[in-house]
Design a protein around this ligand. Sequence first.
Ligand SMILES: *Cc1c(COP(=O)(O)O)cnc(C)c1O
Length: 408
Amino acid sequence: MDKSYVSHLECSISGKQYEANKVHGLSDAGRPLLVKYDLQKLKKEVSRDDISNSKVDGLWRYFPLLPVADPKNRITLGETITPLIQLDRSVNYNNKDKGCVLVKDEGRLPTGSFKARGLCMAVSMAKQFKLDHLAIPTNGNAGAAMAAYATHAGIKSTVFCPDDTPDINVREIQSLGADTYLVNGLINDCGKIVGEGKDKVGWFDVSTLKEPYRIEGKKTMGLELAEQLNWELPDVIFYPTGGGTGLIGMWKAFLELKELGWIRGKLPRMVAVQANGCAPIVKAWESGEEHAPLWENAFTKAAGIRVPVAVGDFLIIRAVRESNGFAMSVSDKDIMEARDRVSAVDGCFLCPEGAATLTAYEKAITSELITRDEKVILFNCATGLKYPLPKVLNQLDKDKNINYEQFI
Ligand SMILES: *Cc1c(COP(=O)(O)O)cnc(C)c1O
């Protein structure tokens, strides 16, 4: 189908409308632009069953609810529907309903993280608009995803990372064809360089929420969850929140699905999870603020959620509030302990950000914010393999007598 149902774009703070078929960054008010669809028309022409019967595996099966009109511009690196995995040994053992807590394992996507969803969409739109140079600040995963999709589409890419970004990520980005730079600062410092270079270099700024389409890509997490769960959404979603694209995107998906009449019942409570060492959204939420000021001296081993300031802060807080959810921060110590426990006990390799959602879940149970019989989704946003892992200490000398009793 050579069309899209996009009607226009809208400023998320002022409601001002913008034309769809033009290149846009932020709105005039300096805030994110949201993509709006003609859902009434879509509802008449497309049914939920059309989606369920689609032969396409992966996020492009939701194309009627996505912005890329021409199939030729829909770039793919083989995105897959990411599985829901039960943590029956480490978490569900004392739940009445086994399978109550499910991990959506986004580590299966190209470049090993859910950043693939957002960047697949943003780079596909860049292709549609014939942009020839993209730039991005990144803590690792977004840069890798952008490099992969841009290179696949023949578009030049430049990536700026804080110089303490895990080595594996920066090497991955460079290997995937991006001009890659290490910067002596945090992601917001890198973002400033990308912003300032716009006029001087002519690249397009693909920073989180500074262009309209990464949200649409991340929205597919919500669409996919709905379809996977037979169009009945879970009670609670725990989301590791950095810039918040995924949380905002999923909430947008649920509202669109509701308007289409494709889902029934209550929408999930959205929980924004951050690390104690970088929790601007949690702080703002707890003090009832609409916006979250810059968090000084941000630190956490969960690099994906080390985001000291977010342009979409109010959209995250709004989704959390509208959904009757909450925001919560957890310690790095608990995060790493949860990661090691789940991999060893359940065979499911979480990244630290994913492990943060499990830690938050356990805290929420203890503090009675949720109950054990609620259906919960935890987002594991990247493969655990991209992060430093505990060293193996056991040694064995093949030339000496082996004491086999030690293996019992
Ligand atoms: C980017 C990222 C996050 C945060 O996602 P947002 O949607 O930007 O809030 C969490 N975890 C990992 C591994 C990431 O790469």
